[in-house]
Design a binder for this molecule. Sequence first.
Ligand SMILES: [Mg+2]
Length: 432
Amino acid sequence: MGRDRSCCACAVTECFALVDCNNFYASCERVFQPNLRGRPVVILSNNDGCVIARSNEAKALGIEMGAPWHQHKQPFEKQGVIVRSSNYTLYGNMSARVMKTLRQFSPNLEVYSIDEAFLSFDGFDGRMESHAREVRARVYQWTGIPVSIGIAPTKTLAKIANRAAKKNPASGGVQILMDSAEQEALLDQLKLEDVWGIAKRLSRRLGEIGITTPLQLRQADAPFIRERFGVVVERIVLELRGQSCLELDEVPSNRKSLVSSRSFGRSIHSLQEMREAVSTYASRACEKMRRQNLATANLIVFIETNPFRTQDQHYRASQSIQLPLASSDTGRITTAALSALDAVWKPGYSFKKAGVMLLDLVSATHVTSTLFDVPDSVSSQSRMKAMDALNRRFGRDTVILGSSGVKPKWSLRREMLSPCYSTDWRELVRVG
Ligand SMILES: [Mg+2]
């Protein structure tokens, strides 16, 4: 959102709203088939392998994520469960409509995943709740997708508020968590793993020093936590206290999807330049994915003109594409992303933004081969590891694919960026 987030001692209370679509894939199916409302709906993965999304009614029946379809076909039929194959073109398109509606409420929008976005609610003070209810009503009216909204002074607390909005029907889909006593009461009821960025292993390590609830973590001694667990965990402590200081990328949570997308420094008109941009975003997304040892078989590429330039003609399009098997190889993912781009590219427009979404992330260690396709080879994995290590050490984009372009002109507007004196060889301070 373009604000300085490096300082943890915030003088002014910020306010974030996390808008999250309820049971997104199932809700998308329901928009065009209203007879599915109120009924248990499940969505299956590629080739109808297993359950990857469920409506509330399906969750209530005890249907688990990952349940293999061939084993559950008959019980599903008996229970009246409606089954749909995944339709990423539909989900990508519905996601774009939701985000477009949200953008009307705040240009300060961070799309976090296919069905989640953070909005700045700064300055709304007493009108926060009515504003949130308006957002919710408008998204439903314009897109047919129900959303839940959590509002809090930090992103981590906004996530928690959102969860509460979903779990508690009395909230009517909006939960405000600005008050310190209310934050404490809610944090006391949750498990550590319910907190954004805390995975099982970290929660176990925290348990070893007697921290077993998010409330205890909030009350822990921050310098001690930093010394023992590092700066990322210390920031979670501060965020739980209501001090906003967490960058999105710094939260390694168990995510289901991720997005790499930015506005360009200047408009793009040629396919060649757009290929470079999409290629770069695909690489960045793959890097993020590999950091969490994840892989994907589903991606969506989108391109758009600037919706705020009324004098221009507008075009926004997205294309989904599936790989035969989940992969985290930058080469494979980029090739797929570029073919998706070719399918939506239209000349004659001024493009301002593009992005790559990786969906339905799965653990990279559990990808098994099929008759025709094999997972990423060991040599591909070690090549990727080497590439990530070099980029970490010498700065982003030290090693890139040829398709990303050398010194691209479209790249992000980063005029305000200070040199990376300490992390980039090319920007070392010169003496003499
Ligand atoms: Mg959701």
